[in-house]
Design a binder for this molecule. Structure first.
Ligand code: HEC
Ligand code: HEC
Length: 258
């Protein structure tokens, strides 16, 4: 919630465009966001890109999951707000939230296709999931660690391409709640945790034991914010086949059957 609010502020201020080492994650990607994005898409974009995003008279296919002008959500956001110079793709000046919702819609376009077409063996992937100790940090169907994200319905949030990206380059898109803040106080105490909130004089930190504490900025000697993911990359640990298997397995995690 906190990060969503922060992102709306960033978007409203246009600050999102300032370059950071890691790309921003789309804060608006619930099914509801996708639906709203779809409505914007049909009214603003379908005339060129087709009603289903698969390309139209003058705009390219956006449903294939790979883009010439963008490699991640932040890139798509930029293309939509700035347009593509020298082409008929205009820049759009809707508010940040609406743009993110359109991005969510575009991302959702290739989910169905990917779900049927992942190249790996999901059963082998499940074994890799167990043997690579993903549950050390993640939570799945009632088991695992509360440290990381719940993966029980990850396939409804991420496309196969994004799942793969999460495994090979986890630091490419990391939500602020996972950024690690470390500091040393003037009396030499070391602090570590995630930054929960900030005001003029103090910071609220969620420490590694899960306690929320308030720290006066004036008491700090130094502080750093590490935006890398705590998740290791599996790029060199798993072969191409194993990655395909694991992505295929993750792609089956659609949430508890009701
Ligand atoms: C007047 C026609 C037109 C409209 C309207 C339009 N586009 Fe485009 N769009 C294009 C064209 C043409 C390109 C290809 C530019 C190029 O040659 O690289 C493009 C490219 C893009 C790309 C980059 C594709 C890639 O491969 O990197 C995205 C993303 C995109 N459009 C999204 C949108 C969205 C979202 C909307 C509505 C908010 C929209 N477009 C409205 C014509 C349009
Ligand atoms: C050391 C802890 C750790 C381990 C081990 C770990 N992860 Fe993660 N993982 C995280 C954290 C923290 C995040 C959220 C931050 C980010 O996006 O990188 C994450 C994010 C993800 C995401 C993206 C989820 C989303 O909704 O964006 C996927 C998918 C994922 N992990 C799968 C795996 C799999 C599969 C394994 C085992 C092969 C694994 N992780 C091992 C900590 C871990």
């Amino acid at each position: 919630m906190n990060s969503r609010f922060l992102f709306s502020l960033l978007c409203a201020g246009g600050l999102w465009a300032q370059h950071s080492e890691t790309a921003l994650t789309n804060p608006f990607r619930t099914p509801d966001d996708r639906a709203r994005g779809g409505a914007f898409f049909r009214s603003q974009c379908a005339s060129c890109h087709g009603i289903d995003g698969k390309g139209g008279a003058s705009g390219p296919n956006l449903a294939a999951g790979n883009f010439r002008h963008a490699s991640n959500d932040e890139g798509l956001f930029r293309v939509i707000t700035k347009g593509v110079a020298g082409t008929s793709m205009p820049g759009f000046s809707m508010n940040g939230r609406e743009i993110w919702q359109i991005v969510a819609f575009i991302r959702g376009l290739n989910t169905g296709r990917a779900a049927g077409a992942t190249p790996g063996d999901a059963r082998a992937g499940e074994q890799l999931f167990q043997s690579n100790r993903c549950l050390q940090c993640h939570w799945l169907n009632g088991a695992g660690s509360s440290l990381g994200l719940d993966l029980s319905s990850v396939a409804t949030r991420l496309t196969a391409i994004e799942l793969r990206q999460a495994l090979i380059d986890p630091s490419a898109e990391v939500a602020p709640e996972y950024w690690i803040w470390t500091a040393v106080t003037k009396d030499g105490q070391k602090l570590r945790g995630s930054r929960f909130n900030e005001d003029t004089f103090s910071l609220q930190i969620l420490d590694s034991a899960g306690r929320l504490r308030s720290v006066a900025k004036a008491d700090l000697r130094e502080q750093t914010l590490d935006r890398r993911s705590p998740m290791p990359s599996f790029k060199d640990k798993l072969s191409e086949t194993q990655l395909n298997d694991l992505v295929s397995y993750l792609n089956t995690l659609q949430g508890a059957a009701k």
